[in-house]
Design a protein around this ligand. Structure first.
Ligand SMILES: [Zn+2]
Ligand SMILES: [Zn+2]
Length: 370
């Protein structure tokens, strides 16, 4: 029994990684953590073991498929869940998913029923976080996406791609192969739930073998291996409201798995090269040279929506001084912020002897000691 980490995370690969990518990642990490290269380092040894374990499962198509299935049930640490398919987004499970990993014996990837049993056992030991069960999980799925600063400020549409479970088209979700007979589930005896002890009392959960249906087919559907669902890439256009804040969560109604639950999209706003935000105000830093600072200047400034504004800076402008350009901030709910330009004075790094003389004579005239 080893503390269970997410295999994809362990190897640092996407869950859509090819066998080749997995192999490469494994070789690189195995080299790095090999006991020969890290003598007397138990942490490296442990890491090495974990990496091997991860590779062992993910490089085997059959084992990987089962692992993916389990992972979708939140059995492992890390942002498992419904996984990412690109667009800079990763999905994780909604409420009802236990955040801890706990212990779980992966050694038996042969019998799905056994694995589910051990997971549920583990969950039980971990607390009641998962008690809401699968039904509740379907109500809410969470994902996150990083959007450009300008899109956050001005609003727009951002496409995200998610890998989500959908109803299996072959069996329409029954999990049974064509012509298979349907039998009472041997695990739950048709009840659809199983109970196990937790801290002295019994807890009921949807049966892991029949997934709460109470019946199992004599032959599993070849497309979904009996799960009744397949994973498909789903592209969703997320409408970004104007002025959305970093960390905001948008709720997309009925965009969850199988179109049933809501999809929560957490927004991360990427920093901009020029602007930063303070509420509805935008602050941009503009470098000015020594002469501009001392003598004043007219400088062209680009606003967030790419308009050019001429800013007059007076003689004696200081480093870090802020100039307000009214009305060029973010507009939200009828309110409009301002834009501020912060001047940063840049000094020449090297002076020729002639320039040095000029500065010295200036310093003497201005009474500046040096
Ligand atoms: Zn199927
Ligand atoms: Zn059952």
């Amino acid at each position: 029994m080893a503390a269970q980490r997410d295999y994809y995370q362990l190897l640092g690969v996407a869950e859509t990684a090819t066998t080749d990518e997995i192999k490469k990642a494994f070789r690189r990490l195995a080299k790095q953590h090999h006991p020969d290269r890290n003598p007397n380092n138990p942490q490296a040894a442990e890491r090495f073991k974990e990496i091997n374990e991860a590779h062992d499962v993910l490089s085997d198509t059959e084992k990987r498929k089962k692992y993916d299935q389990l992972r979708r049930y939140g059995a492992f640490a890390g942002p498992g869940g419904f996984g990412s398919g690109g667009g800079g987004s990763t999905a994780r499970r909604g409420r009802g998913a236990p955040p801890d990993s706990g212990d779980f014996d992966i050694s038996d990837l042969g019998g799905l029923g056994d694995i589910f049993s051990s997971i549920f056992g583990r969950r039980g030991a971990g607390g009641a976080a998962g008690a809401a069960g699968r039904e509740a999980e379907l109500e809410e799925t969470e994902t996150e996406v990083t959007i450009p600063f300008r899109v956050a400020a001005l609003g727009g549409t951002v496409p995200i791609t998610l890998v989500m479970p959908e109803v299996c088209p072959t069996c329409s979700g029954t999990g049974a192969a064509k012509g298979a007979t349907v039998n009472t589930c041997p695990e739950c005896k048709g009840r659809g739930t199983v109970s196990f002890g937790q801290g002295g009392f019994a807890v009921n959960r949807p049966c892991p073998v029949c997934r709460g249906k109470g019946t199992v087919p004599s032959q599993r559907c070849p497309t979904c291996q009996g799960s009744g669902e397949v994973r498909v890439e789903k592209r969703i256009n997320v409408e970004i409201p104007v002025g959305v804040e970093d960390g905001a969560r948008l709720r997309l109604k009925n965009q969850g798995p199988k179109g049933r639950g809501d999809l929560i999209v957490q927004i991360h706003v990427a920093p901009d090269r020029f602007f930063r935000r303070e509420g509805l105000d935008l602050i941009g830093v503009i470098p000015i040279n020594l002469a501009q600072a001392l003598l004043g200047s007219r400088i062209k400034v680009k606003t967030l929506d790419d308009k050019r504004v001429v800013l007059r800076i007076p003689p004696g402008t200081q480093h870090g001084q802020k100039f307000r350009i009214p009305g060029h901030g973010i507009e939200k709910n009828g309110r409009r912020g301002d834009m501020y330009v912060e001047t940063h004075v840049t000094l020449p790094e090297k002076l020729s002897s002639e320039e040095q003389e000029a500065v010295k004579s200036f310093a003497e005239k201005a009474g500046l000691k040096y």
